[in-house]
Structure formats: structure tokens, C-alpha cells
Design a protein around this ligand. Structure first.
Ligand SMILES: C[S@@+](CC[C@H](N)C(=O)[O-])C[C@H]1O[C@@H](n2cnc3c(N)ncnc32)[C@H](O)[C@@H]1O
Length: 226
């Protein structure tokens, strides 16, 4: 069943990347450690990696420099243009495309690894199952998906937004999500449900507390196999 696309108050292309905001340069440390560990003992040249919602390609250039066949897709043409300039500056090859992660322009069984670092959590919860079925389609049998920074329902800044549909918030009055628009939050049960078609699903919860024991931040990392 197709679900109508919800329009956020904040648009990643127009309001963020085209304004020169959030031009991330460095790969996320969790992406580096998890992918490098998953590839230990393997020839990187034989591993194809796709990042969905790759932004400026800040994880991609690192993977390409490490010899992986690297691919990225993002809805923002400014972010992809920025990422291509960065790849050219470093003299490394990777394929970056503008597109929507709910319809991936690659064939079945194309990738050994698919990464999500902060993109699934920035779309409407109602669309995540569609994206994950696309991820399953493009993964090779036994291929792995790694998701980082899926936001937990107990994140206190969630309450600064309005719930516009199940688990999806927008119009934040302040806090860390006020500049990113549509944001989805998860419980561990939500994640088990969303990844039900994958195998070997591992869910790790990360919580930060302040000195009085209140939660400052709650995120999940998920690894799963086709
Ligand atoms: C929090 S940023 C993460 C960027 C990058 N992965 C990183 O680690 O820095 C979320 C990204 O998801 C992208 N995005 C959001 N919705 C998308 C969609 N439907 N299709 C493709 N990309 C999307 C945004 O343009 C943005 O680059």
C-alpha cells in the first residue's frame, strides 16, 4: 500500500544544504568502527557499500579511501554536489546520486552493506517499512544493514515537537530537532517490528543522563542481515 508523502516544515535541500548548513565533513566514528570491524579479513575491493541519506558524503569518502566500492543517495542535490566536489578534491571514486531512498535506483542484490546514519530517523515513520524493503531488495543474500542514531522515544526534546503521525514529530518549538523538520522516534518494540523481515537483528540502546539522572539523549543502533 502506498502512503501519502508528508511534507515537513523544513526541507533538507532548500532550508539546510542550499543554505550551506550541516555540511558534515568527517565520517561518524561509529560508522568507521562498525564497518571496518565487519570487513576484517575481507578484501575491501570486493565489498560494495551503499549509504542511504548520505548527505554530503562524509562517510562515503572515508569508505572509498579505504577501498570499498562506495555508493550514496540523498534527496538533496546541494548535498550531493558538495559530496562530489569533496571526492574530486581527495581524488577518490564513489557513486553519489540524487534520489529518494524509498525507491533505490540499483538492481537486486547489489550491495554487501547498506548504511543509514541519521536518515531513517528523519523521514515519516509510515515510510520506513518501504525504505527497509528497498534495502532488503538491494542487499546481497547474507548482506548486512547497519543503522546508526535512530532516535529513542525517551529523547526529552521529542516533547518540543507535535506528533504529526504515528511516531513522527514536526514543528519543534526548540531543542536539537528544531532545525531538521520531520523526525521519527522509536521504541525497541518498533524496531523489532520494522526489521521483522531481516535476520540476526541486534538492537543496541545508548542513553545519556545528566547529573541528576534525567535522560539527555536516547539512540539505537541496529545491525541486521538479509
Ligand atoms: C541527519 S542527515 C544525515 C546525513 C549523513 N548520513 C551523515 O551521517 O552526516 C539526514 C539525511 O537524510 C536525507 N534524506 C531525508 N529524507 C530523504 C529521502 N526521502 N531520500 C533521500 N535522502 C533523504 C537528508 O537530505 C539528509 O542528508
Amino acid at each position: 500500500m502506498s502512503v501519502k508523502k508528508r511534507i515537513s516544515t523544513i526541507n533538507w535541500e532548500k532550508d539546510i544544504y542550499a543554505q550551506g548548513l550541516q555540511l558534515n565533513r568527517w565520517p561518524f566514528s561509529d560508522v568507521v568502527s562498525v564497518v571496518m570491524r565487519a570487513a576484517v579479513g575481507k578484501n575491501h575491493k570486493e565489498i560494495s557499500v551503499l549509504e542511504v541519506g548520505c548527505g554530503t558524503g562524509n562517510n562515503i569518502w572515508f569508505l572509498a579511501e579505504e577501498g570499498f566500492n562506495s555508493y550514496g543517495i540523498d534527496i538533496s542535490s546541494s548535498a550531493i554536489a558538495h559530496g562530489k566536489r569533496h571526492l574530486a578534491m581527495r581524488g577518490v571514486q564513489a557513486e553519489l546520486r540524487v534520489g529518494d531512498i524509498s525507491s533505490l535506483p540499483w538492481g537486486d542484490g547489489s550491495f554487501n552493506f547498506v548504511l543509514d546514519r541519521g536518515a531513517l530517523t528523519q523521514i515519516d515513520y509510515a515510510h520506513i517499512e518501504t525504505v527497509l524493503s528497498e534495502v532488503l531488495r538491494v542487499l546481497k543474500p547474507g548482506g548486512k544493514m547497519f543503522c546508526f542514531t535512530l532516535l529513542g522515544m525517551e529523547n526529552p526534546d521529542r516533547l518540543l515537537g507535535s506528533e504529526v503521525s504515528k511516531n513522527t514529530y514536526d514543528r519543534f518549538s526548540g531543542g536539537r530537532f528544531s532545525k531538521v523538520g520531520l523526525t521519527s522516534f522509536f521504541t525497541v518494540q518498533d524496531l523489532h517490528y520494522l526489521f521483522k523481515k531481516f535476520h540476526k537483528v541486534e538492537i543496541h540502546r545508548h542513553v545519556e543522563f545528566n547529573e541528576t539522572g534525567s535522560i539527555l539523549d536516547e539512540t539505537y543502533t541496529v545491525t541486521a542481515e538479509k
